[in-house]
Ligand binder design. Structure first.
Ligand code: TRP
Length: 329
């Protein structure tokens, strides 16, 4: 392909952004906009694998797109759309399924996790989830895929499916590359145990009001081996200290104070909360100016642009597979 390289990412509808989303992938959405022609979509088809009625996640969907813009994804530079606005992605999923061996999908770890999480709803859509993801990526001929670490296996599978498609027919698609944020700490939630996740109620939101952020940060589990502030701390195993690495340039200074028992966990959390509030002030500011009407506009113009690209790709795909153009026998 000639022209600028494309980056693409999708986000399942879970609601507002938290620090884990932001550090894992969000920062890269913003960074890549300068270098790539960027596409980000709301993966509403994917969300249906766990929540079967899209109306039930409409509010979360708006919240998410607002947060996306709040963190700096600029709808002028990044094409933002809803996956289901591009139904050709479903057709491409079907065609990719024909070149995807069952065994490749069976070994995807996220499927096994879902079977564990929702044994009452192990649907075929869940199984096909990574094939749909591959279609998302290659339908716009994405070259770079900024995501969190948990998505690495899906992007790897996308590469394999892409190679298989290109070999079976002809080289229609570029092989996409995974883009991780190498500096992203493994962000644990306020419980200090599990990964930050809305369903576990252990998040710190990036556009939450200051008093909410304060409450979330003050509830963080700290150094469990330290009972009194007169005891030396263990920054390496302390979740709050892990956040310092990201929010303070002079984090080493604070780690040192902690080791020497010159700062207590409570004070460390207070400082961290204020720093996070300050760092995310521009996000709150941007978000406060957004309305649902504005989001509708963004999604509509994004859908138009993505639709055009996907349409071109599908002309090539159908021809490569030996199918006639749409509406012809
Ligand atoms: N599976 C991704 C997640 O859970 C969301 C997603 C769907 C995606 N399609 C994508 C990410 C395409 C990158 C590219 O976060």
């Amino acid at each position: 392909m000639t022209g600028p390289k494309r980056s693409l990412s999708g986000i399942r509808v879970t609601g507002r952004f938290h620090i884990g989303n932001y550090l894992g992938a969000g920062i890269n959405y913003v960074r890549l906009q300068d270098e790539y022609e960027s596409y980000i979509f709301v993966a509403d088809y994917h969300t249906l694998t766990t929540k079967p009625n899209a109306r039930d996640f409409t509010d979360d969907l708006y919240d998410m797109v607002m947060d996306l813009i709040a963190i700096g994804v600029d709808p002028e530079r990044t094409v933002i759309y809803r996956q289901s606005a591009i139904p050709m992605v479903a057709e491409l999923t079907l065609l990719l399924a024909m070149v995807t061996p069952l065994s490749w999908v069976q070994r995807v770890p996220t499927f096994k996790e879902k079977v564990r999480d929702q044994p009452e709803n192990v649907n075929l859509g869940l199984f096909e989830y990574p094939v749909l993801q591959a279609a998302d990526i290659i339908i716009v001929k994405g070259n770079a895929v900024p995501v969190g670490r948990d998505q690495a296996a899906h992007v790897e599978l996308t590469r394999e499916i892409t190679r298989r498609f290109n070999r079976t027919y002809r080289p229609v698609f570029p092989e996409p590359q995974l883009v991780l944020n190498p500096d992203a700490p493994i962000v644990k939630g306020t419980d200090g145990k599990a990964k930050m996740s809305k369903s576990l109620n252990n998040i710190v939101g990036v556009t939450d009001p200051p008093d909410v952020i304060r409450k979330q940060v003050m509830s963080m589990v700290t150094d469990v081996k330290r009972t009194y502030k007169t005891q030396p701390g263990h920054p390496r195993s302390c979740n709050v200290c892990a956040f310092y690495k990201f929010f303070f340039d002079d984090w080493e200074h604070y780690w040192d104070l902690c080791r020497k028992a010159q700062i207590g966990c409570y004070d460390k959390k207070k400082l961290l909360a204020e720093r996070i509030i300050e760092r995310f002030a521009p996000f709150r500011e941007r978000r406060s100016g957004l309305t649902r009407e504005r989001i509708d506009q963004v999604l509509e113009s994004g859908a138009e642009r993505a639709h055009a690209i996907a349409g071109q790709t599908m002309v090539e795909v159908r021809d490569a597979v030996g199918l006639p153009p749409y509406f012809r026998a």
